[in-house]
Design a protein around this ligand. Structure first.
Ligand SMILES: [Zn+2]
Length: 380
């Protein structure tokens, strides 16, 4: 029968290989296409178009909208849309897809703005979900080990809290004074020395007074270390509590398979993004805990106390402050005292313990994951 011998759309496509467009197709090409469609009603027979599958989220440039007279179509069939389904449209757009370097036609079904926005939103949602799942798969099996780390460092945090509390209460005036130096001078320790010049001094002049010239010279001792010790609300134990609060609800899955199951469960109950936030926050808070604890420990270190002592003992320092640090049989004693206050503390050696690594064994950095996904997408 004559009808059945009409070439079906796919046969036509196989016969004409598509042409590669590295750049936006020229107006001559576009006009040729429009003329062809007006004359034949068959975009399928215009040479060089791409008829393979185009992803819904593919970026494209609309070259020209067109419509086809139904009467020109064989058997009244519509044109297949490479973005959604065959036999779809009579009203569509000629497009250029830069990622594929091809020119193609798609139906109004996929070319319209609302459809594009909806497709983009769906794509974004799926992208976020995929990213979250990849993240959870890598991170969930680490939760138990991370909780074990928190447990191990807790005694160090408890000791840091005890020392900080004593410094703040018993050493109150000097704690506040050093905090002022931190805030106003960035922690720079110095004393001012007035140099008096006899009348007739020819050098650079500072303050001129009745009996001669006075220059003020700053004697510098360098900056304090460990200025976390000087803040009012350093709460290392609370930082660990926060990490546990984030991690405990997600403790359990120890293998990737169990993590996958749990990730799916989280998704179904609408808690997936919450879980991602919890794990990221726990991670961030531990980083902050380590940085602040290391800084806190540096305050009580030998070099910082040596600097404090040099500063305090300088004859031009108007403060009445005594500084002492001694280490005997592994016990470090630090003391700061002056008018009406006396701070001294024996520091438990646990404070100096090396911190365990935060478990990351299975986790790539986000950048690496992204790179791996991209290269596997390219390969497929
Ligand atoms: Zn479509």
């Amino acid at each position: 029968m004559k009808r059945s011998r009409l070439p079906s759309a796919p046969a036509v496509h196989q016969e004409s290989p598509h042409r590669s467009f590295r750049h936006r197709p020229s107006n001559i090409v576009i006009q040729a296409f429009l003329d062809h469609v007006r004359a034949t009603g068959r975009p399928e027979t215009f040479e060089g178009l791409f008829w393979g599958k185009i992803e819904k989220d593919a970026e494209f440039v609309k070259l020209k909208p067109f419509d086809i007279e139904r009467g020109l179509r064989p058997r009244g069939e519509m044109v297949p849309c490479p973005m959604c389904q065959p036999n779809k449209f009579l009203e569509g757009s000629l497009i250029w897809v830069p990622s594929l370097q091809v020119m193609a036609v798609i139906g109004h079904c996929c070319a319209s703005a609302e459809t594009r926005i909806r497709a983009h939103e769906e794509y974004e949602k799926k992208r976020v979900r995929d990213e979250d799942e990849t993240f959870l798969m890598a991170e969930l099996p680490l939760v138990l080990r991370r909780l074990a780390v928190v447990k191990r460092v807790r005694p160090i945090a408890v000791e840091a809290r005890r020392i900080h509390g004593q410094l703040r209460t018993k050493g109150d005036p000097i704690h506040r004074a050093l905090r002022n130096i931190k805030q106003q001078q960035g922690g720079r320790l110095s004393v001012s020395e007035r140099i008096h010049h006899e009348p007739g001094w020819e050098g650079p002049r500072g303050l001129r007074t009745r009996d001669g010239d006075v220059d003020v010279r700053e004697i510098e001792f360098g900056s304090m270390e460990g200025m976390v010790a000087l803040i009012g609300d350093y709460e290392p134990v609370r930082e660990l509590d926060e990490i546990e609060r984030r991690l405990i609800p997600h403790a359990g899955p120890a293998t990737e398979a169990a993590a996958l199951e749990y990730a799916i469960e989280l998704g179904e109950s609408g808690r997936r993004s919450r879980a991602v936030v919890d794990l990221r926050e726990a991670d961030r808070t531990f980083g902050k805990f380590v940085a602040r604890l290391n800084d806190f420990r540096a305050f009580f270190g030998a070099s910082n106390f040596r600097r404090l002592k040099e500063w305090a003992d300088h004859p031009r320092n108007p403060r009445r402050l005594q500084v002492l640090r001694s280490a005997r049989a592994g016990i470090v004693t630090c003391a700061l005292w002056g008018d009406g206050y006396y701070f001294t503390v024996d520091i438990d050696p646990i404070l100096a313990t090396e911190l365990p690594e935060w478990p990351r064994e299975n986790a790539f950095s986000e950048h690496e994951i992204e790179g791996a996904v991209l290269s596997s997408a390219k390969a497929s």
